[in-house]
Write a protein that binds this ligand. Structure first.
Ligand code: GDP
Ligand code: IMO
Ligand code: MG
Length: 427
């Protein structure tokens, strides 16, 4: 992946999240100097499996399991500091050395208990199926210019003033949302005072760190969370998350310019899943959805919710390729399709009897499109042991060739199992 001309790579989800970004970042992280999370927060759940060890990273970059990689939580992340420390302590307890390897942007906004209360209360009205991690309300405060940033903790009196205004406003909102919950100013102040020393010991001008790494030609990975169709601008609005999950978000959220980026790897499953509400055009009929879910272990890494499952949707991936500027694809979970006789692939959409060439902006239209399917032959053989593309069954290679052709992006990696070594790199 990294070579003389490719030093700074973005890894993004190119469907609805949970594509296997954690696995890919871990695989690529072996050769990385720096791995940066740049948006989202504890709504993400990125799984890395090393032998029999299973790690789910929510806010810490998935490069942390390589001792040679430094990790950054960038300014674009909304940080749940209490959860971060749970995650850090868990890694330490499992023998991962973290000293001097993790830096947090002093410009990152803090997710507070009141944001989670507001998320849960708004869900009752909006029914988006959020993760309940306070993501939307925290980004609302950020854009509304009233948020609390990591750097504010350097002056706790100033932080308390911001908190007083925030708690007051949140309690008005909770009242309007008919919630019987209320945020407590004292609890918020106590929490922030308790977290401040440890958080500040990790705080830095991380944009500068990333800038220097890029300038020194270090190998940098920018790790996206969620997926293109959950992007607040380009996704299936309003059934989206509240950040720019697409590659443009990487520059803003890491604090560097677009000219620093050499390539964008889009991670896609060999089929499609979605967790939460909103349209999923190629969702399979219940029995097949259930089969994909069981074989693929499709349960949310953050909330444990069952994921909705369906077939590869080339319209989604073509669109994700466009809005991300994808330069390569990583196709994951090919092994989940090992024992199907035929595998449908969505090649395009029809809407009201006509062709629907591009992703509709209107979620109501997307809910009405009818996917056009092509039936590809299954291979009825295990792929988990393949380490080279020519070790894959002929029909599996034909399947990959077809989804590459339909997506218009070259496949660079194929993942055939959860483990680190279960990866094929294509030339
Ligand atoms: P992320 O959010 O994009 O990092 O993805 P998640 O970790 O939420 O979900 C992906 C799931 O698929 C995790 O349980 C991974 O261990 C698993 N996974 C990743 N790649 C493969 C693969 O090639 N085959 C199989 N069977 N599982 C995989
Ligand atoms: P990773 O990084 C899959 C979904 C939620 C919901 C919507 C909004 O593991 O791929 P939010 O809590 O962000 O306000 O919820 O976005 N969602 C995800 N779905 N993977 C994720 O992260 C997700 N993060 C949020 O289910 O539909
Ligand atoms: Mg996930």
């Amino acid at each position: 992946m990294f070579d003389a001309g490719t030093r700074c790579m973005v890894v993004v989800g190119a469907q609805w999240g949970d594509e296997g970004k954690g696995k890919l970042v871990d695989v690529l992280g072996e050769h990385a100097d720096l791995v940066v999370r740049y948006q989202g927060g504890a709504n993400a759940g990125h799984t890395v499996v090393i032998g029999s060890d299973h790690y789910v990273l929510h806010q810490i970059p998935s490069g942390i399991l390589h001792p040679g990689a430094s990790c950054i939580i960038g300014n674009g992340v909304v940080l749940d500091a209490e959860q971060l420390f749970v995650e850090l302590d868990d890694l330490t307890a499992r023998g991962i050395r973290l000293d001097g390897r993790l830096f947090i942007s002093d410009r990152a906004h803090l997710v507070l208990p009141l944001h989670k209360q507001l998320d849960q209360a708004s869900e009752k009205r909006q029914n988006i199926g959020t993760t309940g991690r306070g993501i939307g309300p925290c980004y609302e405060d950020k854009v509304g210019r009233r948020g609390l940033r990591v750097g504010n903790l350097r002056n706790l009196d100033e932080a308390a003033q911001i908190l007083a205004a925030r708690v007051d406003r949140a309690n008005h909102q909770l009242h309007e949302l008919n919630s019987d919950q209320r945020a407590s100013f004292e609890e918020h102040v106590e929490l922030v005072r308790r977290l401040a020393p440890r958080l500040l010991s990790l705080a830095a001008d991380t944009g500068l760190l990333v800038h220097r790494a890029v300038k020194d030609r270090k190998r940098v990975l920018l790790e996206g969370a969620q997926g293109a169709l959950l992007d607040v601008d380009h996704g299936t609005y309003p059934f989206v998350t509240s950040s720019n999950t697409t590659a443009g978000g990487a520059t803003v959220g890491a604090g560097i310019g677009p000219t620093a980026i050499d390539g964008v790897l889009g991670v896609v499953k060999a089929y499609t899943t979605r967790v939460g509400n909103g349209p999923l055009p190629t969702e399979a009929e219940p029995a097949l959805s259930e089969r994909l879910r069981t074989v693929g272990g499709e349960f949310g890494a953050t909330t444990g919710r069952p994921r909705r499952c369906g077939w590869f949707d080339a319209s989604v991936v073509r669109y994700a390729a466009r809005v991300n500027g994808l330069t390569g694809l990583a196709v994951t979970k090919l092994d989940v399709l090992d024992h199907f006789d035929t595998i449908p692939v969505g090649t395009g959409y029809k809407l009201d009897g006509g062709e629907c060439a591009e992703m509709p902006a209107d979620v109501e239209q997307l809910a009405r499109v009818r996917p056009v399917y092509e039936e590809l032959k299954g291979w009825n053989a295990d792929t988990g042991g393949a380490r080279k593309v020519d070790e894959l069954p002929r029909q599996a290679r034909a399947y990959l060739d077809r989804i590459q052709e339909l997506s218009g992006v070259p496949i660079r990696y194929v993942s055939v199992g959860t483990r680190r070594d279960q990866i094929i790199e294509l030339q």
